[in-house]
Design a protein around this ligand. Structure first.
Ligand code: ADP
Ligand code: ZN
Length: 525
């Protein structure tokens, strides 16, 4: 290995070709690999299927000592190790499914420095004895897969992951690579901080899936709507996601009765049944799977043409992951969401009963972001990408809003009112308070805070609460405002708000299409 940069890159291409059989790196991979080889910490955000594993597997082959991969899922761990072994790479895993003898054998290989990759679950890695062993043999690279599990803001928080915070102290010389497919800005910040990454190389790959068309239908007669939709999809494969096992079973029956070649999939089936359904779907023996979120991890069928959400998913991350299973082959595919605004109230009541109210609050804020997507009057793709930190000013042309746009109007003055009100209340309040101030409310909160003395108090009295809500949501979706989910969703001005506030640029927004349904979100601040 020479120090000449172009030679190094040439060597990487040769390993890529000879060991992995690929001729080109995917977006971001080469830079991340180079960072690892130069001992630098890194943070890797790539969508599912983007090729995260290669980012640590390839350097692992080049680095002198073992690369330790922390992974939360036993089954995935085994799959990866089997695939590596089949490629002739010295890889092993250690987890609770193994016998003592197996584990001792892995340790023996580790001591002899025979292993290139060692996969472990976090709780195992953190056992003092295990850490001692690793320190003795020496580690070249530490990769933390599914790194969002460390964050309470993440959708999949795992207490075991929290203790990974001590790795940096324990192995200060070893580069740390944190990888995830699901991180909004808050989670991302949290990962960097908790793992104490030192001036990390940061890779943020695009989350855009241009071949997926996003559509939302308001739910009136859900089964009829679904049947009509499925009839248009004749002959192609798809998934219909529901929120509960009961719903999955019920809907599968209804669809079968209507002549659809459907099967149910949820965690209530035993593992053989589940594997059988998955295989049959892969072979196109079933045309569609009605499933809970349990269906997905292992689905690698590339020609799924549509994903329907029969109920509102709980987070945008989940929605993105689930819809992302469509169109892996790059051919046009569709994600259709059936949305009933009443789901919002249902979720609220359910969370009110949750004993851990701090946890409930996080869940609620993430859910509201999902609901806002469903209610959006702006390009769905812009909303999605903006949520993942990829603000974009161009409409996609491939979502229901772009294809059938709501009427636009010049909203510059309204936007100025809203934005200056956010500013006047010190960027410390949520949507509902800002709207109350705009509409000249006399709530106790307003009086106590003296917000009735603000210059922006009562400048928006002519418009309804819902109307303002739609305006604020659009300002969020366009990236002029941001909701801080780590702090009660208070509204903050973003740089894009400046030209509008100063009157340097005008802004078009959609005329709000208001639901007649009374939204219970409005009782919340
Ligand atoms: P992730 O962990 O980000 O979801 P994976 O690492 O499992 O994604 O990779 C997804 C798929 O892409 C795998 O089948 C993998 O073999 C393939 N892949 C990864 N990198 C490349 C590449 N440079 N060229 C072609 N295929 C790749
Ligand atoms: Zn669009």
């Amino acid at each position: 290995f020479t120090n000449d940069a172009s030679n190094v890159t040439a060597d990487l291409y040769s390993v890529l070709k000879t060991v992995f059989g690929y001729s080109a790196f995917r977006d971001g991979q080469l830079q991340v690999i180079e960072a690892a080889l130069s001992q630098r910490d890194s943070f890797v955000l790539m969508p599912t299927g983007g090729g995260k594993s290669l980012c640590y597997q390839l350097p692992a082959l080049i680095l002198p000592q073992v690369t330790v991969v922390v992974s939360p899922l036993m089954s995935l761990m085994k799959d990866q190790v089997d695939a590596l072994k089949a490629n002739g790479i010295a890889a092993e895993f250690i987890n609770s499914s193994q016998s003592r003898e197996d584990i001792l054998q892995v340790f023996a290989r580790l001591r002899r420095n025979e292993l290139k990759l060692l996969y472990v679950a976090p709780e195992r890695l953190l056992q003092p004895q295990f850490l001692d062993r690793l320190q003795d043999v020496g580690v070249s690279l530490l990769a933390i897969d599914e790194a969002h599990c460390i964050s309470q803001w993440g959708h999949d928080f795992r207490p075991d992951y929290m203790a990974l915070a001590l790795l940096k102290q324990r192995f200060p010389q070893v580069p740390l690579m944190a990888l995830t497919a699901t991180a909004d800005a808050a989670t991302r910040h949290d990962i960097l901080q908790q793992l104490q990454l030192q001036q990390p190389y940061i890779n943020l790959s695009s989350f855009d899936r241009p071949n997926i068309r996003y559509t939302v239908q308001e739910k009136f007669r859900p089964v009829e709507q679904l049947v009509a939709y499925l009839q248009q999809q004749e002959g192609s494969s798809g998934i219909v996601y529901c929120a509960s096992r009961r719903k999955v079973d019920e809907l599968t029956e209804q669809l079968k009765q209507r002549g659809f070649n459907a099967a149910a999939y949820h965690a209530g089936l035993d593992s053989e049944q589940r594997a059988a359904v998955q295989d049959a779907f892969k072979r196109d023996d079933y045309q569609l799977i009605v499933a809970t979120v349990a269906f997905g991890m292992g689905v690698n069928k590339s020609n799924i043409r549509y994903v329907v959400h029969f109920e509102l998913p709980r987070t945008i991350e989940a929605y993105y992951q689930e819809t992302g299973r469509a169109g892996r082959d790059g051919v046009a595919a569709e994600a259709m969401l059936l949305f009933d605004p009443a789901d919002i109230g249902r979720m609220k009541r359910w969370l009110d009963a949750e004993p851990n109210q701090q946890r409930a609050e996080v869940t609620w804020q993430r859910f509201l972001a999902m609901a806002a997507f469903a209610e959006a009057q702006t390009c769905r793709r812009q909303v999605l990408l903006n949520y993942f930190g990829e603000a974009s000013q161009t409409r996609c042309g491939n979502c229901d809003i772009c294809l059938n746009p709501p009427q636009q109007f010049n909203a510059t003055e309204l936007a100025q009112k809203a934005l200056s009100c956010v500013y006047r209340v010190g960027q410390s309040f949520g949507m509902h308070h800002v709207i109350d101030v705009l509409r000249g409310g006399h709530s106790q909160k307003i009086i106590e805070l003296g917000h009735d003395k603000l210059s922006t108090w009562g400048i928006g009295t002519g418009l309804s609460h819902d109307y303002w809500l739609s305006i604020l949501r659009q300002l969020i979706h366009f990236g002029l405002l941001q909701q801080d989910i780590t702090a009660h969703s208070v509204l903050k001005l973003q740089p894009a708000a400046r030209p509008v506030l100063r009157g340097e640029s005008s802004l078009s927004l959609a005329i709000p299409r208001l639901h007649s349904v009374k939204r219970e979100t409005e009782q919340l601040s």
